[in-house]
Design a protein. Structure first.
Ligand code: HEM
Length: 465
């Protein structure tokens, strides 16, 4: 279905020294792609942000699996379907830049994170950082997560609660200890609030860091984080702990050299961003499904009790593999509400897809949310059915029909950490509480930039212990 025109990515460097830099094509170079420029000035931006999934569905239904939009002042092309996902994510021929896709959103606040690096630079740093996800460090994080999550969930108590803000606060606390090795307290609170400002700013419409704007606060937050992390890095290098920052601090390149200080700091800040809202959103999606499906809640509770040998005990690292149904339910929740609904790239050279020639420099988007709702791969797609993720069912499907963690070189580095954290959370929550929601309750979900329930997800907790 796809073919790439012969030729090398352009070797010209832009002013920032990126050897792969490719300028966007002239707007009329995309005239032959079906689609719309939307409204004068704003293009399709507002319609897309208001309802990204509905917009994508309408566009694909009207124009087909290759369509053009115009958001944030620029035309780009969206490719729909499992083959499109494979072409762009697997990127066998290194034709798509992640840095130039994500850069406009993330470069100001999260520069040099792994998603903001391409090809050889990316491969070198990803290899070095992968050491932090080997079994021994993972076992240590598991211990830290268990302690924080046991304490945090115990304090929730009985009665109605808004689940989303509670899990967001708990995830920030666990990040302080398992990522940074910091005790909870005013210092962790100060860092957390700087971090929240940065995340908020990354999607702010005003992109200049003017005083009193979200971007102004975000840039100030970044300054604070960089200064603090640089000091902390020196401490961790001298006296490493069990946290992920200590692992990053000691990570080495192939020649045995430690990564430069400023780069480790940038990688750590980026990782916190990549981990935080994704876990919060996906865990909220899972709890929503479990509140609606008490039969699955009971199955997962039984599995959690058996894996940990009882209620509200730490879930041992060795027992994670026994949480098979939990993993299937989590995968299904990620299918229904993928925390990263769409992935941007920029084409470094001309390519063809679905019969269209797409010029070098074009912004290209693929959508997990679209493929996850496609009845061709997922019969009755709105139905929560974890049994879609038995080994047999997985083997029958296109590999790129389920892409909540992306794929290829940039596939989520923290996915095993995510599974682990969610299993520890499910264990502590479900063995302590029964979760329900009012009959007929259906929260509205904000889709952009990361799915979250507009009312915080109103559930009822009934203590079991
Ligand atoms: C359910 C939770 C999560 C989801 C759905 C998720 C999703 C993703 C996706 C879709 C990408 C690839 C984006 C692209 O190709 O452009 C990605 C990359 C990444 N994620 Fe996750 N993520 C999750 C949790 C985490 C956690 C917990 C961590 C860290 C502990 C993490 C660290 C990263 C990093 C470092 C990258 C960049 C990898 C690279 O560019 O090589 N993520 N994630």
């Amino acid at each position: 279905m796809a073919s790439i025109a012969p030729g090398r990515p352009q070797d010209v460097q832009n002013e920032r020294g990126n050897p792969h830099w490719t300028s966007p094509p002239r707007a009329d170079a995309l005239d032959h792609i079906p689609g719309t420029d939307g409204w004068p000035v704003v293009g399709t931006t507002i319609t897309q942000l208001a309802d990204p999934i509905g917009f994508a569905e309408r566009m694909a239904a009207r124009y087909g699996p290759v369509y053009r939009t115009r958001s944030f002042g620029r035309r780009s092309v969206n490719l729909v379907g499992a083959d499109a996902n494979e072409l762009v994510l697997f990127d066998r021929e290194r034709n798509f830049s992640s840095e130039q896709g994500w850069g406009p959103v993330l470069n100001l606040l999260f520069p040099r994170g792994l998603m903001l690096l391409d090809f050889d630079m990316h491969r070198l740093d990803r290899r070095a950082l992968s050491a932090a996800f080997k079994p021994e460090p993972m076992r240590n994080y598991c211990g830290l997560l268990n302690a924080d999550i046991a304490r945090g969930t115990q304090s929730w108590g009985a009665g109605p609660m808004a689940f989303y803000p509670a899990i967001k606060a708990l995830t920030l606390e666990t990040a302080a200890t398992s990522f940074l090795g910091l005790p909870l307290g005013p210092e962790a609170d100060r860092l957390n609030s700087a971090f929240v400002d940065m995340v908020q700013a990354s999607i702010a419409p005003v992109r200049r860091p003017l005083p009193f704007t979200a971007m102004g606060k975000g840039v100030a937050g970044r300054r604070l984080m960089v200064a603090y992390f640089t000091q902390l890095l020196r401490k961790r290098r001298a006296d490493p702990g069990q946290d992920m920052f200590s692992q990053f601090a000691l990570a080495t390149r192939d020649d045995g050299a430690l990564l430069p200080e400023d780069l480790v700091v940038d990688h750590m800040i980026f990782l916190m961003m990549a981990a935080h809202d994704t876990i919060t959103s996906s865990m909220t999606g899972l709890i929503w499904q479990l509140a609606r499906h008490p039969e699955w809640q009971e199955k997962l509770r039984g599995e959690a009790r058996a894996a940990a040998g009882g209620d509200a005990r730490p879930l041992p690292f060795e027992a994670l593999g026994q949480m098979v149904l939990t993993e299937m339910a989590f995968k299904e929740a990620l299918r229904i509400l993928p925390p990263v609904p769409a992935t941007p790239r920029r084409a470094l050279r001309e390519f063809s897809f679905g019969g269209y020639r797409i010029p070098a420099g074009t912004g290209v988007g693929i959508s997990a949310a679209s493929i996850h709702a496609d009845p061709a791969h997922w019969p009755d797609p709105a139905r929560f059915d974890p049994l879609r993720f038995t080994a047999e069912e997985i083997a029958k499907r296109h590999k790129y029909a389920w892409v909540p963690f992306g794929g290829g070189a940039h596939m989520c580095l923290g996915l095993h950490f995510a599974y682990m954290q969610v299993k520890v959370l499910v264990h502590h929550i479900l063995t302590r509480y029964e979760i329900s929601a009012a009959p007929g309750y259906a929260p509205a979900w904000q889709a952009w930039p990361i799915p979250k329930p507009r009312d915080g997800l109103q559930v009822l907790l009934r203590p079991l212990l």
